[in-house]
Every structure is written in structure tokens, then in C-alpha cells.
Design a protein around this ligand. Sequence first.
Ligand code: PA5
Length: 490
Amino acid sequence: MKQIRFDFNNMFDSSVGKTHGVTANDLKAMSCLTAKAARHLKKVFASESSRINIGLEWTRLPLQNKSFVRVIQKAGDAISHKYENVISLGIGGSYLGLKAAQDALASSYYNEFASLRGGRAKVYFDGNNLDPDTLSVLLKNLNPKKTFVIVISKSGETTETKAAFAVIEAWLKKGVGKNYGRQIFAITDPKSGTLRLKVNAEQARDTMSLRNLPVLKGVGGRFSELNIGLLHLAIIGVDIQEVLEGAAYMAKKCSSEDIFQNPAYLYATLQTALYKKKGKQIAIMMPFSERLKSTADWYVQLLAESTGKKFGRAIRVAEDGTEVWVANKKKIVNVGRTPVPSRGTNDLHSIQQNNIEGENNKTVTFIRLEKFPHDIKVTGTGDFLEGKFYSKLLSIAQEATEWALVRESRPNCTIILPEINPYYWGQLLFFFEMATAFEGELLDVNAFDQPGVEGYKNYMYYKLRKPGIPKNVSEEIKKNPLVKKTKYLL
Ligand code: PA5
């Protein structure tokens, strides 16, 4: 079986010059750090208790039990053929992986055309915003009797998902009657959170109501697609095992401590070298494929929440060797590259102007497909376009973009997929997850928490008078109100 490949030619001084490219000396200077990072990750990957404590259990997801996978595949298939619509509720890591999978692996226009779905349900996403418009329109236009709902929230407490679920529950109850819970599937923490409490209460009453799956211990939101996304993959008709096999292949490939044998570690090393030594703070993720656009959105969350950190990391080691990673409050670092999602060729008429001539503070990562699921020949122009295939035009456009960037000394690299299918998409996902884990290690931050997200949540909870807000949090908000001076309002 072929594999995805990482083309890093244009990351080096040989392509873009030594002011903007990685030099042999840069790599030499980082070699102790990269070796230490690879050794450390190897050690924590090998310890189950460390993996669970830190949030690294996602590294084991590619090797999930095959009979369990078959059960999920069958359950998803049955739901998809029984209902006309599925609504998946969730935000952040409980949403972006599913959306990326659907756009990449289901047909383009999957929801629009019944012939493309082969009798499967349409799948809508909601609960990923507090904008009242989408959910109102959706519920006004769907028949509750023909709609199945998946609610995904690891914590079971996230406002966006919780509010949407409450609204949908009431809608289902009204439209379906007392057994409405049989049309809901919940994916949440096995023990804690209000969603888990609800699941347990419903299950005690009726085992067909609020069927559910646990988010596995030690698997954090943005690294959880191969856990929380499985039922959804089955619903849209994707062979789950193929995705897992792709991920497992990449896991093996990324088990080498030698960064030149390990594409994910090499990706992170080159990006970090350019970030730290050449000021490339912005990470443009630019697939040349409409179907991979949402995968770029998924990557944005992965990189931003994992490496965008105020504090450095402190590692505590328990007596049995278990590692616990915490923020070192004495070490303010404020690090992390800023990811920007983009897509070719669409954004060649947009952000590309800045990529080429704006500040030279970014790297561009292309994702390139060697083969497309469909192709079209251009006819009727009577000029240079006549007889050319779209796939060829796109491929030349990507090559041209690389060339133009190189001419302006702009570092860039390309991930090449032989084609878009579950196996290669599984590889791609796992590649970026491993690269992000390694980037966190190189930056010496905890890549598996997201404390910065709490600030807005706390403020909202305070304003909404949620019970149980810690006193220090409410005191801080009271003492530091958001000041709006009328003189600064026009
Ligand atoms: O990566 C993460 O952990 C977050 O983005 C979460 O996925 C997101 O906040 C949603 O959380 P939850 O699944 O608890 O509703």
C-alpha cells in the first residue's frame, strides 16, 4: 500500500536562502533538543499511567479492538438507513474531526443528492455556535420522527452543546413522544458531567434510550476523532477499519526516534526551527482540494489549542514513574505558531497576495492529491485550456504556487496524498497529531490542555449566574470589569 509523503525541499536555505530557510547549522543546533524530545515522548508513550494522566491515550486509538469497531460500523449503518437525517451536536474537538471526515470521505454534495448517499441519512452539524439562526432553521425544516441525534461532549458541560441539546430534546419529545430518547446517541465522559448523569438515568429507565459510548480515558477533545468520530464515520458509510489502519501505519512510521525517519517529527522540527530562528509565526494550511478544507480547519484547532500557551511546562514524576504535566506558573512563555486555514486554488485570489508579498513571517503547508475521485476535461474554450483536465490544472496551480513562494524566499512544504480515501486520511490525521505532540515537546509546553479557553467560559458563567463559580474567579471578574468608554464609541 502506498503512503502519504512529506516533501520538505522548500523549507531549506538551498531553496529559500539562509535568512528564511532552515540551515544545516540550525538543525545541528537543535539536535540535542530533538533527540531529548523524541526520547521523552517514547518514554511517556510506553507508560499507560502517564499516557492517561497526560492525555496521550489517543496514540493507542489506531489499534482499537476490531470486533468493537464492527459493532459500531453496524450500529451506524442501521441508524443511517432508518432515519432521513442525523444531527451531530458538539463543538471544538467534539465537532471538527467529524466535519473534516465528512467533507473528506463522503462524496461532495453528500447532503444534497440522495443518489450520492445510497439510502443513507443526511448529516447536519450544530451545537458548535451560539448563533440562533442555524438551529432554528434546521428544526423548522426537519421532521423529528425522521431525525436521529448524536450529542458529543466529553465534559458534558459545554454551553454551546448543552443548550443545543436541550432545545433538540424538547423538539424531539414534542414530535416523537415519550420514547424520543431512542433517537439519541450520547458520547461523553464515562463518569462525570451532567450529560453522563442524564444518560445513566435514562438507561436505568429504558436501555434503548440515550444509547451511548464513553470518551476514552486520557483522550482529549482535539485528539479524539478516532474515538468520538467512529459512529459518525459509520453513518456516512466510511469503513472505520480502513481509517484506523491508515492511522496505525502512520503510528508505526512515527515511532522512530530519528527525526529523518519520522515525517511527523521532521515536520515539527522544521516548523519550530523556522518559528524560533527565522520568525515564521504564522502557519498557513493550504490543501489544494475542496474536500480537505475542513481538515485544515481541524488542524487549526489542533495546533492552536495544543501549542498556543502562556506558561511553560513543569513535569512531575510520581514514585511509580507516572508523569503529570502542569503549567509552570513561574515561566511565562507565550508561544505557539498561529494557524490559518486556507485552500487552493480559491485563496490564490485572496490570502496568497499576502503570503507572497506581505511580511515574511509564515510557512505554507500544502496538501496535494495525486489523484481525484472525479475529473473533468475542459472543452469549448478553443485556447490553451482546451482538452486539459481539471486535476492537471489544479496540480500545476499548486506547483506554480510553490514556485512563486520560493522565488520570494517564502518557506513552504507539501504533504502528498496518493488519493483521498479513508486509509490515507487516517494517515494524514495521525501525522498531524504526532507532529503537534512533538511541536509541543520542542516548545516545552503541555500540548494536551487548553487553560486559555477557560477565561471566556468563566466570564459567561459569571454573567449567566451559574452556581458554583469559584470565589477567586468571580472576585477577579468583579474587580476587573470590561470597561467601555463612550468616548471610544463612534
Ligand atoms: O480539544 C479540546 O479539548 C476542546 O476543544 C474540546 O473538544 C471542546 O472544548 C469541547 O469540549 P467538550 O467535548 O467537553 O464539550
